[in-house]
Design a protein around this ligand. Structure first.
Ligand code: OAD
Length: 228
């Protein structure tokens, strides 16, 4: 039986594909107060601004391609039973060919009813317009887990983390909970790796092998360590 390899990825894995991270300088939030574009309050205050913000992200992500880090994670499926838990809302893991991807914070390629979070729709275009409605007649909103909203996929992610033989953290500042707390569920005997050019400070645990490199270079090193 193949060993279980679980990945927690964040914005940093998509940086080399041209998608800016959230908290690095020049990050996505610059010019935008986070609570303005990523909270239910922000949505209530200014739907147009929030819709436009995610429409632009969707348009940008549509033209982005997976990089070597996404591709290497996909090819690890030849050797391991791989599940990717991502905080990213882009679809670059899927484009790279990964077959098991859990999006903790939602997906840009989908829209959600603004009155019933269970109503989620695939989008085949980049823009959600004012007047685009769900089957219950309410405005469609981005399918994004905003600050203060529950993270419905969290329980599934915790169960996966608990079963990991190998756990890889890549490209996340580990500042946003509950996602960052997943590392606490990884069994003691599992092999832990962290790939990030910048140290995540308190998120770095003593039992982690820290590969201080960008995602694409870091994945090369990891591949050597895992496959020899
Ligand atoms: P952050 O922007 O907080 O962190 C990005 C991490 O990627 C940092 O630790 C960087 O050092 C690292 N990084 C930068 N370039 C890199 C590269 N080329 N290769 C590898 N790592 C690199 O992004 P997240 O941790 O993903 O939530 O942020 C978590 C959540 O905060 C997001 O999912 C988003 C945001 O609010 C929602 O949208 C709900």
């Amino acid at each position: 039986m193949k060993k279980k390899l679980v990945v927690l990825s964040g914005a940093g894995i998509s940086a080399e594909s041209g998608i800016k991270t959230f908290r690095d300088s020049g990050g996505l939030w610059e010019g935008h107060d986070v609570m303005e574009v990523a909270s239910p309050e922000g949505w209530r205050r200014n739907q147009e601004l929030v819709q436009d913000f995610y429409n632009q992200r969707r348009k940008q992500a549509r033209d982005c391609q997976p990089n070597e880090a996404h591709l290497k994670l996909a090819s690890l499926e030849e050797h391991f039973d791989v599940t990717i838990i991502t905080q990213n809302v882009d679809d670059l893991h899927e484009k790279a060919g990964s077959s098991s991807v859990i999006h903790l914070h939602g997906e840009l390629t989908k829209a959600q009813s603004s009155i019933d979070p269970n109503l989620v729709y695939e989008l085949d275009h980049w823009e959600i317009k004012k007047g685009d409605k769900c089957e219950k007649g309410s405005q469609l909103r981005p399918f994004i887990v905003w600050f203060g909203e529950p993270v419905p996929k969290m329980d599934e992610a915790i169960q996966l983390a608990k079963q990991a033989d190998i756990f890889i953290v890549i490209g996340t500042s580990l500042q946003v909970y509950p996602a960052a707390g997943l590392i606490d569920y990884v069994p003691k005997q599992a092999r832990n790796f962290l790939i990030d050019p910048n140290s995540p400070g308190s998120g770095l645990r003593r039992d982690m092998v820290y590969i201080q490199k960008k995602a694409t270079e870091g994945m090369k090193t990891l591949e050597e360590l895992l496959l020899g």
